[in-house]
Design a protein around this ligand. Structure first.
Ligand SMILES: CC(C)(COP(=O)(O)OP(=O)(O)OC[C@H]1O[C@@H](n2cnc3c(N)ncnc32)[C@H](O)[C@@H]1OP(=O)(O)O)[C@@H](O)C(=O)NCCC(=O)NCCS
Length: 159
C-alpha cells in the first residue's frame, strides 16, 4: 500500500471512492468551477491516468488533496488544495512530494501546471519544487467569483 508521511500527524495516500464527497466540498469551496462528486469519483476510478492523493489523519479526515493527469512521458497537475485551516504547515509540499515520488516508477519525465498569476503562495510552492514559468494564458483562469485571470504555465523536469 502506498503511504507517505506528512506534517501535523497526517499522511498522504491515494484517494478512495468514499473520499469523493468530501473532496467535492473542498474543491467547491476554493474554485469557481467546483468539481462534482462524480467528477472526483471518475478521477479516483482511473489511478493510472489520474492519480489522486489525499492528505488525511488516521480517521481519514481530509485536509487536502491533489490530482494529476498522466499521458505518456508528461503529467499535468490538475488541482491541489489544502483546506484553509490546514494551510502553511507543509501539507501542500507533502502532497507534491508524494506525487513526484509515485511518478518515479512511471515513464513520466516532466510535469506541467497552470496557476493564476496572482496566486503567490501556490507559485512559491511550485518554484520550490523546481517549476519554472514557460508561458502565460491571458484571461484563462476563472477566479472564485468567475472573473477571468491570467494563468501562468509552469513546467518541471523530473529527476
Ligand atoms: C496552494 C496551497 C495548496 C498550498 O498549500 P499549503 O499546505 O499551505 O502549502 P505548504 O504549507 O506546503 O506551503 C505554503 C507556505 O507555508 C509555509 N510552511 C510550510 N510548512 C510550514 C510550517 N511547518 N510552519 C510554517 N510555515 C510553513 C511554506 O514555507 C510556504 O510559505 P510561502 O508560500 O510563503 O513560501 C494552498 O494555499 C491552497 O489550497 N490554496 C487554494 C487552492 C489553490 O490555490 N491551489 C493552487 C492552484 S491549483
Amino acid at each position: 500500500m502506498k503511504i507517505w508521511m506528512a506534517p501535523a500527524g497526517l499522511h498522504v495516500e491515494p484517494g478512495i471512492m468514499a473520499d469523493a464527497k468530501h473532496l467535492a466540498r473542498l474543491h467547491g469551496s476554493a474554485f469557481f468551477h467546483g468539481w462534482s462528486e462524480a467528477d472526483l469519483g471518475a478521477y479516483i476510478a482511473t489511478p493510472d491516468k489520474t492519480p489522486l492523493y489525499v492528505a488525511c489523519d488516521a480517521r481519514r479526515r481530509i485536509a487536502g488533496f491533489m490530482v494529476l493527469q498522466v499521458a505518456g512521458d508528461e503529467a499535468e497537475l490538475l488541482s491541489i488544495i489544502v483546506a484553509p485551516k490546514w494551510r502553511a504547515r507543509g501539507l501542500g509540499a507533502a502532497l507534491l512530494r508524494a506525487g513526484f515520488d509515485d511518478l518515479q516508477t512511471t515513464p513520466v519525465e516532466r510535469m506541467f501546471l497552470e496557476v493564476d498569476e496572482a496566486n503567490g503562495s501556490a507559485i512559491a510552492l511550485y518554484r520550490r519544487f523546481g517549476f519554472k514559468e514557460v508561458g502565460k494564458r491571458e484571461g484563462y483562469y476563472p477566479l472564485k467569483d468567475g472573473t477571468p485571470a491570467t494563468a501562468l504555465v509552469m513546467r518541471c523536469e523530473l529527476d
